[in-house]
Design a protein around this ligand. Structure first.
Ligand code: PLP
Length: 456
């Protein structure tokens, strides 16, 4: 491709490109001119700390030298359709199974996160012969029709009226729970009991799967209370329901473990993945199934497929990416750096009146802002995201962060912090200094000017 001037790129972008989840007139994209590690530089020459790894996928950072080198060897292998065996597909499947929970046996490759979830739903229905699928409010599983129906927030609304048999239940969200629990275990027992009732009302024999983001990410890094995941696992086992964990965002080291399920004493029946498997250097996703499910398909037709299942380029990049996690000890590093980030986040909560809650696990974190710490009034009311609040306070705060060179995004009243796993302690501290400057400005300019709260 011959070089194109920035002005031309922006003009063509505005004329011909539809941007996701946005009113097109509000879109004014920058161009990334140069990128390295946790940094990128935009077309104005400004340097940014990429504190959300683009969309929480660039775990190995920008322009990783080993992946750039791998691209030079891409053309050496002929393309082949899914019916062929290829070195990279076979090797990547083996590598994934080697790092997955011990009960996992085989991988079905898809293109990205949403379609992986669609295939997981189909697999669960085939294996159980049941049709209902439980998933949670305050979750996001993707934008395809099936994954959209799984999602429990307003990005689902364009696929409604929804698919019959897709049932929602509550995600534990202790910060905003009106009931006071004496312990996390008590909270977990409450939510598991509620889920049990819902299963009974819906008829356990009709439920194929309970589908959950292991740790809901874009809805604000909602870490399950102690005992909750184990309780859900027990219900699944009791009623013959498959437990499906969506590890698209939380998987591949993000939480300081290879998969987030490892934080709990559970083994899901199915796990879905995408993002971190190639860190976005080439699109890839997939479904990992247990030995029991793999055995089932020995004698039954797997009635699903994709033109690009196990695509040669993406699986080759996936193999190189998994080698990087191992050779650079990125998962262990994420756990260590998570402690550094956690300390800064807890300080933030103690120091700033607008910080209602901070939630963090490894390098997966959210800062939830409030107008009032006592009443917990959110910065924007629920459901006011996505264009309805374009001039509102969260957009202003994210703008202030951007001016500081701290690149990330928000959802509802939470700001996501999920930098590449290669980040150093020094870089975390530098970035968090920028965050604090932006927050101080935000409180002064928008929240407490005139000693009273300003509304959007
Ligand atoms: C937990 C989770 N599942 C699924 C998806 C959808 O993935 P994709 O956008 O690759 O289809 C996302 C995207 O952010 C996600 O965070």
């Amino acid at each position: 491709m011959k070089p194109i001037e920035d002005r031309q790129i922006k003009e063509d972008d505005q004329l011909y490109v539809l941007h996701s989840w946005s009113k097109q007139k509000d879109v004014d994209p920058k161009i990334i001119k140069k990128a390295s590690g946790i940094f990128f530089w935009d077309d104005a020459g400004k340097k940014h700390y990429d504190m959300c790894s683009q969309l929480v996928y660039l775990n190995v950072g920008h322009n990783h030298p080993r992946l750039m080198e791998e691209f030079k060897h891409i053309g050496e292998v002929p393309l082949s359709s899914p019916g062929f065996a290829t070195a990279s597909k076979a090797e990547l499947a083996r590598k994934i199974i080697e790092v997955a929970p011990k009960n996992m046996a085989k991988v079905f490759f898809a293109n990205a996160g949403a379609d992986s979830n669609d295939h997981a739903v189909k697999i669960a229905r085939m294996v159980t012969g049941r049709y209902k699928i439980f998933s949670r409010y305050r979750s996001y599983h993707g934008a395809t029709f099936g994954a959209g129906n799984l999602s429990g927030e307003n990005r689902r609304f364009t696929v409604e009226p929804g698919l019959p048999g897709f049932i929602k239940f509550e995600t534990p969200y202790l910060y905003r729970e009106s009931i006071h629990f004496d312990s996390e275990e008590a909270a977990a027992a409450f939510y598991v009991d509620r889920l049990n009732s819902q299963i009974l009302y819906e008829g356990p024999d009709s439920i194929a799967a309970i589908f959950m983001e292991t740790i809901p990410g874009s809805n604000g890094v909602l870490i399950p209370p102690k005992g909750y995941m184990e309780g859900v696992r027990e219900l699944c086992t009791k009623y013959g329901i498959l437990m499906i964990c969506d590890e698209v965002m939380a998987g591949f080291g993000r939480t300081g473990k290879m998969f987030a399920v490892e934080h709990f004493d559970i083994k899901p029946d199915i796990m879905t993945f995408a993002k971190g498997v190639t860190c976005g250097y080439s699109p890839l996703g997939g479904v990992i199934v247990s030995q029991a499910i793999a055995d089932y398909f020995d004698g039954h037709v797997l009635m699903t497929g994709l033109t690009y299942s196990g695509h040669t380029v993406s699986t080759q990049i996936g193999c190189a990416t998994l080698d990087i996690y191992k050779d650079e000890h990125l998962v262990e590093h994420a756990a260590e750096m998570g402690d550094v980030l956690a300390e800064r986040l807890e300080q933030l909560k103690a120091r700033f009146v607008s910080v209602g809650d901070v939630r963090h696990i490894g390098l997966f974190a959210a800062v939830e802002l409030v107008k009032d710490k006592q009443t917990k009034e959110p910065i924007i009311a629920y459901g006011m995201d996505y264009g309805k609040d374009t001039v509102g306070l969260m957009k202003k705060f994210v703008g202030l962060l951007l001016n500081q060179g701290f690149y990330t995004y928000s959802h509802e009243s939470s700001v996501i912090i999920a930098p590449p796993l290669i980040i150093t302690a020094e870089q975390i501290n530098e970035a968090m200094d920028l965050f604090e400057s932006a927050l101080a400005m935000f409180e002064k300019e928008y929240l407490f000017s005139d000693q009273k709260l300003m509304t959007p």
